[in-house]
Design a protein around this ligand. Structure first.
Ligand SMILES: C=CC1=C(C)c2cc3[nH]c(cc4nc(cc5[nH]c(cc1n2)c(C)c5CCC(=O)O)C(CCC(=O)O)=C4C)c(C)c3C=C
Ligand SMILES: [Fe+2]
Length: 420
């Protein structure tokens, strides 16, 4: 993959929009809030996982295996579903991500006023990107601001969502295609840093009379190391920027604090190497070195969901306590915090005051070229890929069932390096 400076807009998208979105007599400005989505019920878990693993920006297969993407997604979703379902069951059967995102959209719309309408566009579960775009068109919106609810750019999150959005706008929303601007990432925005620091300081205060050996542990969702080292994903750099700025801000707010500040990565899936240190290993180390209190900060998430409510609050809390941590605090996600909603409004208004950044440029700014054939897709137009996928799916399902019958399947997924 070429270094960032070498990537330029391809001729195919040279005519993409440079028009600033604006309220027109025809309709309000759409604010498209991009997020991942999550299953609402136990029955949704497997199809949700299928949608996620069928995304070539999530499982980046070598070109030789590209035609197997859907079959592999089917296999991996099927195998992961029981574990995943149990996790969702432990937090009430589904993810609260839609509820929080819908409320965030409503509060943001109130904050922005009548010239704007906010729409939730989820990547892997309802309401999908196409639902959001269709709604905006039906409401008469002729321009849009695209705001990913991911402060840090990753190929696997914002990149993937922008790919889906671009395809949808190109096919069905020419006006929005002509007139949209994107906030590519907002990892260092003063308003964002400030609201996270405020929430961290509140948790530190709750430990004031109890402990003087506190570690503030920022825990970010991980990505495979290959995303950063081979594909040039800026995600790790973005996370590190936020952590440095929040740490500085907390120290300014609480100059007497003796806490130490560290970073780790959670939610690893599958056998490949992900960004390290892993949060569970880090928590063990913190307990073992005699630190008796920990403040965990879910740094890459803007609302509560499975990774905060189950992985951090249940699984990792237990790991920490077994390692000797006596006082566990978890900073809430940003959720409906008023300062956070103000920050979202600042991002929308800021985007309108700056030169237009269309979906392709937003990715190029982050070393990711949306106009290239995604890894995991065959070069060329979509149809042959679909055709190959359909055929190979049948063959692969048959092979999989044979494998299931004849072998320990862990060795099958291990061989392919797939997530389960
Ligand atoms: C916030 C940043 C996120 C990054 C980066 C990310 C990368 C990434 N995720 C997976 C695999 C899974 N993610 C799952 C759920 C999930 N992930 C994020 C965020 C990021 N993912 C969110 C907001 C959610 C939704 C949570 C919910 O409440 O529903 C899941 C499903 C849950 C599970 O079974 O663990 C999987 C699987 C990969 C492979 C990846 C990078 C390549
Ligand atoms: Fe994830």
């Amino acid at each position: 993959r070429p270094p960032r400076a070498a990537i330029s807009r391809s001729a195919a998208v040279a005519e993409l929009p440079v028009q600033q979105p604006a309220k027109t007599d025809e309709g309000p400005i759409a604010v498209l809030l991009l997020n991942l989505g999550g299953p609402e019920t136990s029955d949704d878990v497997e199809p949700f996982l299928y949608n996620l693993f069928a995304d070539p920006d999530i499982i980046r297969l070598p070109p030789a295996l590209a035609g197997l993407q859907t079959a592999i997604a089917w296999l991996v979703a099927k195998r992961r579903a029981p574990k995943s379902r149990a996790a969702y069951d432990s937090i009430g059967g589904g993810s609260p991500i839609l509820e929080y995102t819908t409320q965030q959209a409503r509060l943001l719309e109130n904050r922005l006023g009548p010239d704007y309408k906010c729409y939730v566009a989820m990547r892997y579960w309802h309401p999908f990107t196409d639902d959001a775009v269709q709604k905006a068109v039906a409401d008469g919106c002729t321009s849009a601001v695209v705001l990913p609810l991911y402060p840090h750019f990753s190929i696997s999150t914002t990149g993937s969502s922008l790919r889906a959005l671009l395809a949808e706008m190109q096919a069905k929303a020419p006006a929005l295609m002509q007139r949209h601007t994107v906030v590519p990432s907002w990892q260092g925005s003063p308003g964002y840093v400030d609201v996270v620091a405020k929430l961290v300081a509140e948790q530190l205060d709750s430990l004031d009379d109890i402990s003087d050996t506190t570690t503030v542990l920022f825990s970010a969702h991980g990505v495979p190391v290959s995303y950063v080292e081979e594909a040039g994903d800026p995600y790790k750099r973005h996370i590190e920027e936020t952590v440095a700025k929040v740490t500085e801000n907390v120290k300014r707010r609480r100059p007497a604090t003796t806490a130490t500040f560290e970073l780790s990565f959670q939610s690893r899936v599958g056998p490949v190497k992900w960004l390290e240190p892993y949060t569970d290993t880090k928590l063990e180390e913190i307990g073992q070195r005699g630190c008796d209190s920990v403040v965990v900060v879910p740094i890459s998430f803007v609302s509560e969901h499975i990774e905060t409510l189950e992985e951090l609050d249940i699984e990792y809390r237990e790991v920490a306590e077994e390692a000797g941590v006596k006082h566990w605090r978890r900073v809430p996600a940003l959720n409906l915090d008023e300062d956070f909603i103000s920050e979202l409004a600042t991002q929308v208004r800021g985007a309108l005051a700056k030169p237009v950044v269309n979906s392709v440029d937003a990715c190029i700014l982050n070393s990711f070229d949306l106009t290239e054939t995604p890894v995991g897709m065959l070069p060329g137009v979509d149809e042959p890929v679909e055709f190959v996928n359909g055929r190979t799916m049948t063959v692969a399902i048959t092979l999989t069932i044979l494998f299931e019958l004849l072998a320990d399947r862990a060795s099958v997924v291990g061989l392919l390096g797939l997530p389960v």
